[in-house]
Write a protein of this length. Structure first.
Length: 559
């Protein structure tokens, strides 16, 4: 491989290229995505999914989906189903049926017995507090448990009785016999098995002891013959444990490789913190469009292709970094610009009466569905004597360079005619209630022979033909780029109380009356939006996805 080609590869690809060149694993590449079924996937998981699936695909390999279901207390089939849906929605397919660490419980138990027989594991009666105290600190070596000297036969007997359910929860654990003086705290005789008399979502009450993650993870990779176990950087200190078990058990040598996790401005990915947002009703659920979950981003209208592009642009790094949210929004905007249908929706409507347009008359105008996609065709737009425009698009007395609607001035209606504003009605408080204008019949869009060149163009909807809509305007969930950056401040202090604004009186083109949930649109002059999954023909509900222009990174005002 040339130096130029090598430089274009990320460090994981360089490792795989070297393995292929040396004939390691007979040229086979098998990765895996191993979520714990105890929560919903988020933007960090999206990166891990893309890296694992895309890397394997690039080298003609495949990817296993394996649920690391070793903690029955927190796991649920709801999470299993949602995780599978998220991965498929992102555009990836795994090998055959999903796999589970629980598929290997008997084999993992056998591995633990093998370690005991080799003098490399022992049953410990110490309490969690005693185990923590004996472990020492990063600067102080740990101390051996008094139970470490138990004989192999005694350990085998106790471990078998643990499995048989003779002992209560927390009374005994099985620990690896490694090195209590290791500078790596995780190598100081880590716990392998603990007693948990809990119902498991797949194995029921068959087991009352369950393997710890550090024991199940590497061995499951080995059982499946995973060649490259790709995971995020927080597991780098677990790698010596991972390798130790594989070496001592003399099993297939899967290799763990760590990459920097996905950190994005204004987002958090801590399951504990996300759960608090849900349980304390700061958001409506795991799929709230403000959440960094894949289901939340899907509900908000982020295209799967945009998330894949974002993960690709963020790159594969060895060091932790934070990605600007503007990059994510730019990827979303770029994708939707190519695919989203164009329509007109007025958020804060005010009526305009066209004086010289015949009462009772309507006509059908044409509007392009997407100028970026000629194959998208046109749509019919009803025009009538009374229309709605945005209230903010009218000023009775306007400054010199005001290019919207104002008295005694001309302005164009998108896909329609040029209007000349004549006067306006006000209520007793001086608020504008109705605007009046004349139209130029020879100024129809596409057929304009009026010679008038207005500088502004407004979106609008017909008063008679438009339909009501509820529009949910979403902003960033937190008011600062790094809401968890200060250990002395609760991240909820940065919760943006204005992250959701609901507009109840919007008016939309009638074409949206048959729009299916999930359909994405560009609302002219407004931004990109998505029909919410709760939407019906009787009650149109729309979510804002992203604005038309970049919103530069800056702290928003703390609510």
């Amino acid at each position: 491989m040339s130096e130029e080609n090598r430089a274009s590869l990320n460090f994981i690809e360089q490792i795989i290229e070297e393995d292929l060149k040396s004939g390691k694993h007979n040229g086979r590449v098998l990765t895996r995505f191993p979520p714990e079924p105890n929560g919903y996937l988020h933007i960090g998981h999206a990166k891990a999914i893309c890296i694992n699936f895309e890397t394997a695909k690039k080298y003609g390999g495949t990817t296993n989906l394996r649920f690391d279901d070793t903690n029955p207390t927190t796991e649920d089939t709801e999470y299993v189903d949602n995780i599978q849906q998220d991965i498929k929605w992102l555009g990836f397919n795994w090998n055959e049926e999903p796999l589970y660490a629980s598929d290997y419980f008997e084999q993992l138990y056998g591995y633990a017995v093998k370690l005991i027989r080799k003098g490399l594991a022992y049953v410990d009666d110490s309490t969690p507090e005693q185990i923590a105290e004996l472990k020492g600190t990063p600067s102080v070596p740990g101390t051996d448990s008094a139970n470490k000297s138990r004989s192999i036969d005694e350990n085998l007997d106790l471990f078998a009785r643990m499995r048989a359910g003779e002992f209560p929860d927390g009374s005994k654990v099985l620990r690896a016999n490694i090195d209590m003086t290791s500078p790596n705290m995780l190598m100081r005789d880590p716990i392998i098995y603990r007693i948990k008399k809990e119902h498991h979502h797949r194995t029921g009450n068959q087991w009352c002891i369950y393997p710890m993650y550090d024991f199940a993870h590497g061995q499951s990779d080995s059982i499946e013959g995973i060649t490259h176990s790709l995971c995020s950087l927080e597991f780098i200190h677990h790698r010596p444990v991972y390798d130790w078990f594989i070496e001592k058990l003399e099993i297939f040598p899967s290799r763990q490789i760590e990459f920097a996790r996905m950190n994005v401005e204004y987002m958090i990915t801590s399951k504990r913190k996300l759960l608090k947002l849900v349980n304390d009703n700061y958001v409506s659920g795991w799929n709230d469009p403000r959440m960094p979950t894949i289901s939340g981003m899907r509900k908000r209208g982020y295209p799967a292709a945009a998330i894949r592009t974002f993960c690709d642009k963020a790159g594969v790094a060895k060091r932790e970094n934070t990605i600007e949210i503007n990059l994510l929004e730019a990827c979303v905007r770029e994708e939707l610009n190519k695919t989203a249908l164009r329509v007109m929706v007025v958020m804060d409507p005010i009526k305009v009466v066209i004086n010289n347009y015949p009462e009772g008359q309507t006509e059908i105008l044409k509007g392009e569905n997407n100028p970026e996609d000629p194959a998208a065709g046109d749509r019919d737009i009803t025009f009538s004597r009374e229309i709605y425009i945005e209230r903010e698009d009218f000023m009775e007395v306007a400054p010199t360079k005001y290019y919207r609607m104002t008295l005694n001035a001309d302005v164009r209606l998108k896909h329609a005619y040029i209007l000349h504003c004549t006067h306006a009605d006000k209520d007793e408080h001086g608020e504008i209630t109705t605007i009046y204008a004349d139209y130029y019949p020879n100024s129809k869009s596409g057929e304009d022979v009026s010679g008038i060149k207005p500088k502004g163009t407004l979106h609008w909807v017909s008063a008679a033909d438009s339909i009501p809509a509820e529009v949910r305007l979403y902003d960033r969930l937190f008011s600062v780029p790094d809401p968890t950056g200060d250990d002395n401040v609760d991240f909820l202090e940065y919760y943006n109380k204005e992250s959701l604004t609901i507009v109840n009186n919007a008016r939309a083109e009638s074409t949206l009356s048959v729009a299916l949930p999930g359909t994405q649109y560009q609302f002219l002059r407004q931004g990109y939006f998505c029909i919410d999954e709760e939407s019906t023909q009787e009650h149109l509900v729309i979510n804002k996805t992203v604005g038309l222009k970049e919103s530069f990174s800056k702290e928003v005002k703390k609510a």
